[in-house]
Design a binder for this molecule. Structure first.
Ligand SMILES: [Zn+2]
Length: 454
């Protein structure tokens, strides 16, 4: 599950409000979003936070302007107000197993199909109970074969609560606000990124995220050196005062071979969420360097190559990636499919046009990805087909070409354009968000490097 503090909580609420005014009696008033952004206030605080890895001070608590036009009650309440009388029965915690559903779980707890029907006929509850995931827990209060109460946390901080009322059930959604605090970590590379990040207290998930943010500029296998350093400011998600998981990286810096790269996470008003350099350039490139994972280059871009099948000299205007048959091939950039079909010696081929200047070609496919055809719009990284050896090919490989204004260019060495930068209209807002983070990062970096010099 991926929860986004800016979107998911209000979206869920809005969906429910739209349809279910009558049963959502308890979900009124202002919905508090636990949006907490901590910024390091000063040197001393930064040092303390660094040493103890404690979350930085909470300085902001934001309330979302979501007012519901129904009798109000704080959504943050944890106990249902609709239960003036304690329901009879004992609580049982039932774990969802693989392949499980509510019917099986009720049967395991000796609850009759009639009981199931009463629960399931509350359609709002049925919606939440339809998609159960293995490992989820449902709490059932049972009194001599009669279900009196049910509670199920279907999402972080969001629970379905049902109470028996005669022969039916009343349902409500209880929301607990998630609280976001910031924490930071710094480290110096001794051997691998992963071991150094672990030493610095970063989880594997955050380390992966760090590598993917800077992965466009730094090859974390080949480029990193002993003495490279990093500083990361990230979110931790709290529920009821307890940390439940790491959130996103808010800002990070990576010093690689003397060059410092910095990235700031920013969500613009249109909902686009990305990492940018402090001057608003996207951290991503418009094109992936390679269209296949787990491959090796078997033939490079070479304008004078002897063709392995034709045995004549002709230019190799692309790069060949040897990979096993069936390996997914990814579109290297956003664009539109302008050709999908068999193309002479290329065999099964897809050509994608990216904007007005760029195009990419993928040949010798074993098959196209279903749904990819002429005119299909594709996103960067989207699978378009599979490695094969159709056309003139000695074995399974992808032949990849990259053209700029119609001219073949070497995709391995060409300087790739940045992905779309931050839109100008958001620049001022971005700067006011980014500046204190950049200041915190440079402070953290200094402390980190100073401590390793000792
Ligand atoms: Zn080739």
């Amino acid at each position: 599950m991926r929860l986004n503090k800016d979107e998911q909580v209000p979206k869920t609420i809005n969906t429910m409000i739209g349809k279910n005014l009558h049963w959502l009696l308890v979900l009124g008033g202002t919905v508090i979003l636990g949006t907490v952004i901590g910024i390091l206030p000063d040197n001393a605080e930064a040092t303390r936070a660094l040493e103890t890895n404690a979350p930085a001070t909470v300085i902001e608590h934001e309330a979302a302007p979501t007012t519901l036009d129904i009798p109000s009650r704080s959504a943050t309440q944890t106990e249902p107000a609709a239960a003036p009388i304690e329901q009879p029965g004992e609580w049982h915690t039932v774990k969802v197993k693989s392949g499980d559903n509510l019917s099986l779980m009720f049967a395991r707890n000796n609850l009759s199909p009639q009981e199931l029907y009463k629960v399931a006929s509350n359609k709002h509850a049925a919606k939440q109970l339809k998609n159960l995931f293995p490992g989820d827990e449902i709490n059932l209060r049972i009194d001599e074969g009669t279900l009196t109460e049910l509670s199920y946390e279907f999402d972080l901080g969001q629970s379905l609560h049902m109470i028996r009322d005669g022969d039916s059930f009343e349902a409500e959604i209880i929301e607990k606000p998630l609280e976001y605090r910031t924490a930071q970590a710094t480290g110096v590379i001794k051997d691998s990124l992963f071991s150094s990040a672990q030493t610095a207290g970063l989880s594997d998930k955050l380390t992966m995220e760090l590598a993917s943010i800077f992965g466009w500029d730094i090859d974390f296998v080949l480029d990193i050196r002993q003495g490279d350093s990093f500083a990361v400011i990230y979110e931790e998600v709290f529920l009821d005062g307890e940390k439940v998981r790491d959130g996103n990286i808010v800002a990070a810096t990576f010093n690689n071979k003397g060059t410092a790269y910095q990235a700031i996470r920013y969500a613009d008003a249109s909902g686009r969420n990305d990492y940018y350099s402090p001057d608003g350039r996207s951290m991503r490139k418009a094109f992936l360097r390679t269209p296949v994972d787990f491959s090796r280059i078997s033939s490079r871009f070479n304008l004078k190559r002897k063709h392995p099948v034709l045995n004549t000299f002709r230019a190799h205007k692309g790069v060949d990636y040897a990979a096993s048959r069936g390996t997914p091939i990814k579109a290297t950039g956003d664009g539109k499919v302008i050709y999908r079909g068999t193309k002479g010696g290329y065999g099964k081929t897809v050509i994608i046009q990216h904007g007005s200047s760029y195009s990419s070609l993928y040949a010798h496919m074993s098959n196209y990805k279903r749904g990819v055809r002429n005119g299909t719009r594709v996103k960067q990284g989207q699978i378009i087909g599979y490695v094969g050896s159709s056309g003139l090919a000695t074995g399974p490989h992808l032949h990849y070409e990259f053209r700029v204004n119609g001219v073949h260019r070497n995709p391995l060495t060409i300087k790739l354009p940045d992905a779309q930068p931050l839109s100008k209209q958001y620049m001022a807002d971005f700067q006011s968000h980014a500046n204190p983070l950049v200041a915190s990062l440079s402070l953290l970096s200094k402390i980190s490097v100073a401590s390793t010099d000792l």
